[in-house]
Design a protein around this ligand. Structure first.
Ligand code: HEM
Length: 450
């Protein structure tokens, strides 16, 4: 069996140069891919993940040999924070939790949330002064948080948004790549107070839902209600386990959408023709005070923008696994317990599968222009196989509703200069996406809203 390529000598310098030039660790990974190929090992002291790129290894890890790989790694901050949340469970425990929560995220349920997507967006955009400059990375996080709490937990988060802003950002920082990668078990001082404040809130909404059930004997069909309902006949679904699912959904379900929305606005801001076309489409199609699922489907140009944004800047740019035993991937040995990564970002930018991969080109997703889509597992912003993103439909409908409303109601102008790809819990445009927002004067749709 061939041994895995690692960095040494000249390629090592090329990687360092790329990282310095682009101020991005991802540029380093891209350089490693270029010099070492579709499988390579990072060999830092204490951190030796094996990285795979491309449709074949993606399929191998996610589908055909998925039982060779585990998600949970004790000692990783994400496991410490989410405890027994869906994202960090394996085997039967994972499948039971997934089976319980999946029905709440199917298309019919998601379509029922369009009013929530719309009103939560309005709650944030109503505060934008005409002609002011706003940071879309911040504003889209507000929108995504309000939406998640309202639609999945049936909770109005507006009164608590400001108070819990910092605890939520700190929880994301807690699981972001950092020194703990090379020094597992490194002390993490300063997080406890914020994480406890977020926990207090989550336990509080669980108790309030239990109390409401005791009083009325009824529960809604949102995710929190489903979990509380399940606990009536399954005592193992106690408050701790419900909190783990809520925190998982809160983080996985809003930080990703924040990144997608912010990157899409950045790309529109840097491509005025595309911005113009997307705005015109939104103003032509979204003529009612609340869009229907069919109207959102009619936003076909916006759809290509979102797909291209997810290709260039996949919010989850890499999937993390741990080898369940001594296994083999694409002919390379992977020892038991070694960290394995399948790189969504590098697969999406691989010239073997994409023409001009670094160029923003929404037309590559235009069904009228391109007959066949990308090859299977060469495009996987939501992962693949049985552990694909449980919120994929939710995220796509949400993004169309949110951006549709923003583009319909505002003329946008990008003020930020160059942004860089920040590898936090998700891939974020840093330092932010500043835009001037001017309320549109179009009477075309406003008349119908009054
Ligand atoms: C643009 C938005 C989103 C993107 C790009 C995204 C991406 C992904 C990806 C790539 C995975 C698989 C990771 C892996 O294989 O290791 C995943 C899993 C997951 N996502 Fe998303 N996601 C998004 C939105 C959401 C939303 C809105 C929710 C919740 C409502 C959500 C909840 C989850 C959960 C719980 C998992 C783990 C599923 C499991 O292990 O069974 N995500 N997501």
């Amino acid at each position: 069996m061939p041994s895995l390529p690692t960095l040494s000598g000249l390629p090592g310098l090329a990687v360092l140069r790329a990282m310095g030039r682009d101020r991005s660790l991802l540029a380093g990974l891209a350089a490693m891919h270029k010099h070492l190929g579709n499988a390579f090992q990072i060999t830092l002291p204490g951190f030796k993940p094996i990285v795979f790129v491309g449709p074949e290894s993606n399929r191998h890890i996610l589908v055909s040999n998925r039982d060779d790989f585990l998600w949970r790694t004790e000692g990783d901050p994400v496991t410490a924070l989410l405890r027994h949340g869906l994202l960090v469970e394996d085997g039967e425990s994972h499948d039971c939790l997934r089976g319980l929560m999946e029905p709440t995220l199917q298309r019919a349920q998601v379509n029922g949330h369009i009013d929530g997507f719309w009103s939560c967006t309005g709650a944030v955009t109503d505060s934008w002064a005409d002609g002011s400059a706003v940071d879309m990375l911040v504003e889209m996080r507000k929108v995504a948080l309000l939406i998640l709490m309202e639609t999945l937990f049936a909770v109005d988060f507006r009164p608590d948004l400001a108070r819990l802003w910092r605890p939520i950002l700190r929880s994301i920082e807690y699981i972001s790549p950092g020194a703990w990668l090379v020094w597992p078990g490194a002390p993490r001082p300063g997080f406890q107070k914020d994480l406890a404040e977020l926990d207090d809130y989550l336990y509080g909404i669980i108790q309030a839902r239990r109390a409401s059930y005791t009083k009325t004997g009824t529960l809604g069909d949102d995710l929190l209600s489903v979990l509380v309902g399940h606990s009536q006949t399954h005592p193992e679904m106690n408050d701790d386990l419900i909190r783990d699912q809520l925190l998982t959904m809160l983080i996985a379900g809003h930080d990703t959408s924040t990144a997608l929305l912010a990157w899409a606005l950045y790309l529109l801001g840097t491509h005025p023709d595309a911005l113009n076309e997307a705005s015109n489409e939104a103003r032509r199609v979204l003529t009612d005070d609340l869009p229907t699922p069919e109207q959102l489907r009619e936003l076909t140009f916006l759809d290509t923008i979102l797909k291209e944004t997810l290709r260039l800047y996949p919010p989850i740019h890499v999937g993390n696994r741990r080898a369940a035993g001594d296994v083999e991937v694409e002919g390379y040995p992977v020892p038991k317990d070694n960290r394995v990564m399948y790189s969504i970002y590098l697969t999406h930018r691989d010239p073997a599968h994409w023409d001009d991969p670094d160029t923003f080109c929404p037309a590559r997703f235009d069904r009228a222009q391109t007959k066949s889509g990308p090859p299977a597992f060469a495009y996987l912003p939501f992962g693949g196989g049985p552990r694909n993103c449980i919120g994929a439909t939710f995220a796509q409908v949400e993004a169309k509703a949110v951006l549709g409303k923003v583009l319909r109601d505002f003329d946008l102008e990008l003020l930020s200069g160059r942004v860089h790809e920040h590898m936090g819990a998700t891939l974020e445009p840093r330092p932010g996406v500043k835009m001037r927002v001017r309320r549109t004067t179009s009477i075309f749709w406003t008349e119908r809203e009054q």
